[in-house]
Design a binder for this molecule. Structure first.
Ligand code: G6P
Length: 510
């Protein structure tokens, strides 16, 4: 999000706000936002587009920075162009904020206590659902207390929408943290048009079956008129689960959802809408002289190696960072790449740091980087330049321009917008993208060098193909990938979804 406007929201401590409704006595927040405003269009996601930060952190301006992850990357540009409101958590525990406006978007903050963060966010969302939905790469944990908290917090988000949605409003609920919200909205406000989009994969029923609350989750999602997924296989998995666990009769990706009286209340549809990026923003940044200069500076700072390889990920076990480092270490050991000739830059932005699996991953990644650099670095050259930070988009684009090879080695990923950003930034049609076939982006970027990151030898060979790729082949591939993304930017994604949500569904009661 290109947030330039910084509001000063009114703060209350959790104690002050206890026992008060979320919309307390003030007629307006200090920035003039009406705390009881009603909206015709609302987006609801666990995170707001801005996140609380302390002034010493990079990218922190007036106590706010852009929230992490692809969801915000995709939705912020669309929201900046609408009159709607965005409901979500602002990233700080126990802080009660009035609705406020930031970067031209009306934001309705939902409060999460320290306890909610532990049980709902770190627990059920990120230690149960996240690993379950990502091929159980890490073992999911199932705890009834976490589930209770998930239900309660979903109710809080639904209540915020119910308070602010105008009659007949369109509400677009986002992602796995809020799967119960569609049904809660349907029950309280049958006048609403309800969409849901899952940014992460939806697992096959054989894996989803493990979830003790699988029926309630499917039931929650079927409260929506339209459930969107990244890939058609995700939509198919969801419908197979609806059939298997709820006995739903599914016809052509449609379910006739029945109320307690057995009558059909609405038709829920499931469909793929592959998400994309703000192409204009990235292309414009990639052509700015100061960003091109910054990219050259990065190369110079690294000692002008022949090849710069780049990985950019949240520090998450789904991203295949360990596999990437293993392959790279072996290439150094084999002498296929040398520390003088190549540098791997790995940006690993901090993520979910209090969740055990993420702590372990960080230790392992940092241990491996230390080992590789200890073995191969010279006084002048470094094998892996590891950066545990998040950076503003301008710096990211400079990195994309500096990198000859982009490595996206996810073990499972809903989409992976970094891959799409890299391609978009390569306005000269050079550079090579190594892309995991387990990332949703592989369905669209077919001219990338696709590979299976579990196959370390295959990954090594693919990295070397990218390093050695001739300019003509690189240009042919890059041109085709750029065309795909330029023709399918994030505006098209959101308008496709919202148009499909508006469509009148023909009822087939046969
Ligand atoms: C992914 C998810 C988002 C999430 C983001 C960052 O992109 O799909 O829902 O917000 O990661 O993760 P975090 O836990 O920091 O919100």
């Amino acid at each position: 999000m290109q947030a330039t406007q910084h509001a000063e929201p009114r703060l209350e401590s959790a104690d002050e706000s206890a026992g008060e409704s979320a919309h307390s006595t003030a007629a307006h927040g200090t920035d003039g936002t009406d705390p009881d405003a009603q909206y015709d269009f609302m987006v609801v996601s666990n995170r707001l587009p801005v996140d609380r930060c302390s002034p010493d952190e990079p990218g922190c301006e007036d106590g706010w920075r852009r929230s992490p992850g692809g969801l915000v990357t995709a939705l912020a540009p669309m929201m900046a162009k609408t009159d709607g409101a965005w409901v979500g958590w602002h990233g700080a525990p126990d802080e009660h904020l009035q609705p406020f406006s930031h970067g031209g978007i009306d934001l309705v903050p939902v409060q999460l206590s320290t306890h909610d963060i532990e049980l709902f966010y770190e627990g059920f969302s990120n230690a149960t659902l996240w690993p379950l939905y990502h091929d159980v790469i890490a073992p999911p944990e199932f705890h009834r207390k976490w589930w209770d908290s998930y239900r309660k917090v979903n109710r809080r988000f639904a209540d915020a929408v119910i308070h602010h949605a105008a009659a007949g409003a369109t509400v677009w609920v986002q992602d796995y943290q809020l799967q119960l919200v569609p049904k809660m909205l349907r029950e309280a406000r049958p006048d609403l048009k309800i969409g849901f989009f899952n940014h992460i994969p939806f697992p096959p029923p054989e894996i989803f079956a493990q979830l003790p609350w699988r029926r309630a989750i499917i039931d929650g999602l079927l409260g929506a008129d339209l459930v969107g997924f990244q890939r058609s296989s995700d939509a198919g998995n969801f419908m197979r689960s609806a059939r298997r666990f709820l006995g739903a009769s599914v016809k052509q990706q449609q379910v006739h959802v029945k109320g307690s009286d057995g009558q059909t209340t609405h038709i829920a549809r499931a469909q793929a809408f592959p998400i994309s990026i703000d192409v204009k923003q990235i292309s414009e940044l990639a052509q700015k002289p100061e960003i091109i200069e910054r990219a050259q500076q990065i190369r110079r700072d690294l000692g002008n190696p022949k090849t710069i390889l780049l990985g950019v990920d949240r520090l998450d076990y789904t991203k295949g960072i360990r596999h990437r480092l293993k392959a790279y270490e072996e290439l150094l050991a084999d002498g296929k790449v040398t520390v003088e000739g190549a540098t791997l830059i790995q940006v690993a932005s901090p993520s979910r740091e209090r969740v055990e699996q993420y702590r372990l991953l960080r230790e392992e990644v940092e241990g491996t980087v230390g080992h590789i650099n200890g073995t191969y670095d010279t006084m002048q050259n470094t094998a892996v330049r590891y950066l545990h930070h998040s950076y503003p988009i301008e710096e990211m684009v400079a990195l994309y321009l500096a990198a000859d090879v982009m490595l996206v080695t996810a073990l499972r990923d809903g989409m992976n917008l970094v891959a799409k950003e890299y391609v978009t930034a390569r306005t000269k049609n050079d550079g090579a993208l190594v892309l995991s076939e387990f990332a949703g982006a592989a369905d669209q970027l077919k001219q990338a060098l696709l590979m299976n990151p579990h196959d370390i030898d295959g990954l090594k060979d693919t990295i070397m193909r990218a390093v050695d790729m001739q300019p003509a082949e690189a240009a042919r591939r890059m041109r085709a990938m750029r065309k795909q993304i330029l023709d399918h930017d994030v505006d098209l994604w959101s308008s496709d979804f919202l148009n499909a949500l508006k469509e009148k569904v023909v009822r087939d009661d046969s």
